[in-house]
Design a binder for this molecule. Structure first.
Ligand SMILES: Cc1cc2nc3c(=O)[nH]c(=O)nc-3n(C[C@H](O)[C@H](O)[C@H](O)COP(=O)(O)OP(=O)(O)OC[C@H]3O[C@@H](n4cnc5c(N)ncnc54)[C@H](O)[C@@H]3O)c2cc1C
Length: 471
């Protein structure tokens, strides 16, 4: 006999049916399970990332199709989940609500509210770790506090994994026969379009429609298998397809992180170790956001909140539109605007350029990325920006400022990436493409109307270092 006669499994950022902890637990502990998604009107107020909305809608449609194949349906309602979930629990007469943990500050508040309301109704609230291998305070320093520096955290993370690999990487296989179709509610097919989010085409850089959903997450992982051994060598070169492109799937849980770590073990190599290290960075920033939630609103090191950043609307606009006159920066920003994705090396270069060359507050860049990135993840984006701006935990020291031209020469030596995204420079040779401005005039424009540089890197670097020293 199951412990609960009827339960809800509440999908939030975990749009898959396989290796899904909450779904597994719900099916194991209940006779009937109703899958639910709430279009969160509170979270979506002022939300500008239409690509993410589109991706979620596509994943929900995919999930609905998979559920229908199994005789179930996804119940999609719209409202404030803090009220909607307890309301549904009452209407559907369920005994328990199953869900996976979320570590974002707003989500934690929402979940605490739902838990309190369900308690009043006598409905169990059962939340599980799913989107990370280690969460919250599971990885602590010798002194019993959360790590603030990545390298010792990653060492402790790997050690903890080895203590009980089998249980940490367990595959949770839900008994999908328990899923039922709830048919009594009239409101059951809410869509993001109801809130004025019109569909936008989601295209990859070759202009082909982007695929989504669980099957695509798994297909990408499989496609990455021959490349993972070369990951360490290739991952910094934006013109090479050397990374997994799985970030949006990790963001929305169309792949299980346990599956990704198991995949690393099955394809063990130096490259796989380096890739695993990136998954640990992902968890490090999630832990930081969870344990130091002030990072959402300010610097990890509060002394950096008083830095005197500069502001220029024109410079910021030129950065967003890829018109800074620094080819690698412009290539990245144009790729982002067009596709919603940017290579990690280039994310670092453009973020450092905004903060250390244009001296614009990192939060402006963080906000723009949040609107544009299909894989936008509060923890990783915040961590990446604070790392680049030297305000964060384990950040790049402020006196180490990346030179966008030498970065370009090093990581796009033939200029292939720049040529792809900056058509004005398509005919430039591999030497001139990184700095196509006339040698005699620093602020001259490049070929075919390519913009003149906004600033002098050498001068701005000195200004940036002075700004930090004054603090
Ligand atoms: C300024 C800045 C902003 C960023 N914003 C985001 C963001 O909003 N969302 C996001 O997922 N990543 C962000 N990153 C990290 C990184 O750029 C992307 O995860 C990566 O480019 C995604 O491509 P991929 O899936 O091919 O990565 P791969 O190289 O294949 O890495 C595998 C996975 O590891 C994780 N990962 C890799 N690098 C990092 C990292 N530095 N920090 C945290 N997780 C990492 C991602 O989940 C990624 O999918 C940001 C980095 C910087 C410098």
């Amino acid at each position: 006999m199951s412990q609960y006669a009827r339960s809800i499994v509440w999908f939030r950022r975990d749009y898959r049916l396989s290796d899904h902890r909450a779904l597994h637990e719900a099916c194991a502990q209940s006779s009937e399970v109703i899958p639910v998604f709430v279009i969160d009107e509170v979270l979506l107020k002022g939300f500008k990332n239409v690509r993410q909305v589109q991706f979620i809608q596509a994943c929900l449609d995919d999930l609905e199709e998979r559920l229908r194949e199994r005789g179930s349906r996804l119940l999609v309602v719209q409202g404030n989940p803090a009220h909607k979930i307890p309301e549904l629990a009452k209407m559907l007469q369920v005994n328990a609500v199953f869900l996976n943990h979320d570590y974002e500050p707003m989500a934690k508040l929402r979940d605490a509210h739902v838990e309190r309301e369900l308690k009043k109704l006598g409905v169990a609230f059962l939340s599980f770790k799913d989107q990370v291998i280690f969460e919250r305070r599971e990885i602590l320093s010798g002194g019993g506090s959360p790590y603030k520096v990545f390298t010792p955290y990653s060492r402790a993370w790997l050690k903890a994994l080895e203590t009980d690999r089998a249980s940490h990487l367990k595959e949770y296989r839900p008994d999908l026969k328990k899923l039922v179709a709830e048919g009594s509610l009239k409101e059951r097919n809410a869509r993001f379009a109801n809130l004025g989010f019109d569909p936008v085409p989601l295209l990859d850089e070759n202009g082909k429609p982007l695929k989504f959903g669980e099957a695509e997450g798994r297909a990408l992982l499989k496609r990455f298998a021959p490349s993972i051994a070369h990951y360490k060598k290739d991952r910094d070169f934006p013109s090479i397809e050397g990374t997994s492109r799985l970030s949006v799937h990790f963001r929305f849980g169309t792949i299980s992180v346990r599956e990704a770590v198991r995949f690393c073990s099955e394809h063990m190599s130096e490259g796989a170790k380096t890739w695993l290290n990136e998954l640990i960075w992902r968890e490090f920033y999630m832990m930081i956001l969870d344990q130091f939630p002030h990072v959402e609103k300010g610097a990890f090191k509060p002394e950096f909140d008083s830095l005197k950043w500069e502001w220029s609307r024109e410079h910021f606009k030129a950065w967003c539109e890829g018109r800074t006159g620094f080819p690698i920066v412009d290539a990245g920003m144009r790729q982002l605007k067009e596709t919603g994705w940017m290579h990690n090396r280039v994310r670092m270069i453009v973020a450092m350029f905004l903060t250390k060359d244009l001296l614009i507050h990192w939060q402006e860049g963080e906000r723009y990325f949040a609107e544009q990135l299909l894989d936008h993840e509060l923890s990783a984006n915040n961590g990446g920006w604070q790392w680049s701006a030297s305000t964060g935990c384990d950040a790049q020291p402020y006196f180490r400022v990346m030179n966008p031209v030498s970065q370009s020469e090093r990581f796009d030596p033939e200029g292939k990436y720049i040529r792809r995204w900056v058509p004005e420079l398509r005919d430039s040779d591999a030497k001139r493409i990184h700095w196509p401005h006339e040698e005699e005039g620093l602020f001259s424009s490049g070929p075919k109307g390519y913009p003149a540089p906004l600033v002098d890197h050498k001068e701005q670097r000195i200004k940036a270092i002075r700004m930090f020293k004054k603090d």
